[in-house]
Write a new protein. Structure first.
Length: 207
């Protein structure tokens, strides 16, 4: 079936000036249609893409900053863990720390101190649960240099031993020697006890 042909014979009777005006209207209509249906949608699409790109760029910058801070936090955490491990190396088990205190008592006697009092206190777990403190109340008598030597030996120990509440009495002369009464508290630090594994319950435990 053939489509009917458009009859354009009427254009022959239209004056030339009107033909030009009509052609201008047709061209303008085509231009408006092209701008409305082709150009404007493209502008809208480009604007949306620009907005998405700006959003993605902002998110990328934020992510980079977070990653940088994360790397810094990871590095700082590793340093703290390494420092903690070094300190743990100086924390012996509680039995070893108690034995070390006994060795210090023997050391004091060997270098010439008279041990007047050596009273261990109750071991206490620090609130941080990182170590146990083993206190000992001590009173010794001896020369000033002997006491100084004793404290120097304590300071050079690889384990952590703290001296606190140090008080020295007035010097006295005994058998041509100057004797000083010294009272202080020693504190040894031990690793906390390992947590006990929960006991099995139920039918499996009864086997």
């Amino acid at each position: 079936m053939e489509l009917p042909k458009a009859n354009l014979d009427f254009l022959r009777t239209v004056p030339g000036a009107q033909k030009v005006a009509l052609l201008g209207i047709i061209v303008a209509g085509i231009g408006v249609g092209f701008y409305s249906y082709v150009v404007l949608p493209k502008f809208d699409a480009v604007a949306r893409l620009d907005a998405e790109l700006n959003k993605l760029d902002s998110e990328t910058q934020t992510t980079r900053i977070k990653v940088k801070h994360l790397d810094e936090l990871v590095a700082a955490n590793k340093q703290l863990e390494a420092a903690l491990e070094k300190k743990k190396e100086r924390l012996p088990p509680e039995e070893e720390a108690a034995s070390l205190l006994k060795q210090l008592s023997d050391l004091g006697v060997r270098i010439g101190l008279d041990i007047k009092l050596w009273r261990p206190g109750t071991p206490t777990l620090d609130p941080s649960k990182l170590f146990v403190r083993l206190p000992v109340s001590v009173e010794v008598a001896g020369g000033y240099h002997t006491a100084a030597l004793f404290f120097d030996r304590i300071n050079k120990l690889p384990r952590i031993i703290n001296v606190s509440n140090l008080m020295m009495g007035s010097p006295k002369i005994e058998q041509d020697h100057i004797i000083i009464q010294t009272v202080f508290e020693l504190s040894a630090f031990a690793a906390p006890p390992e947590p006990k594994a929960p006991e099995a319950t139920g039918p499996a435990a009864a086997k």
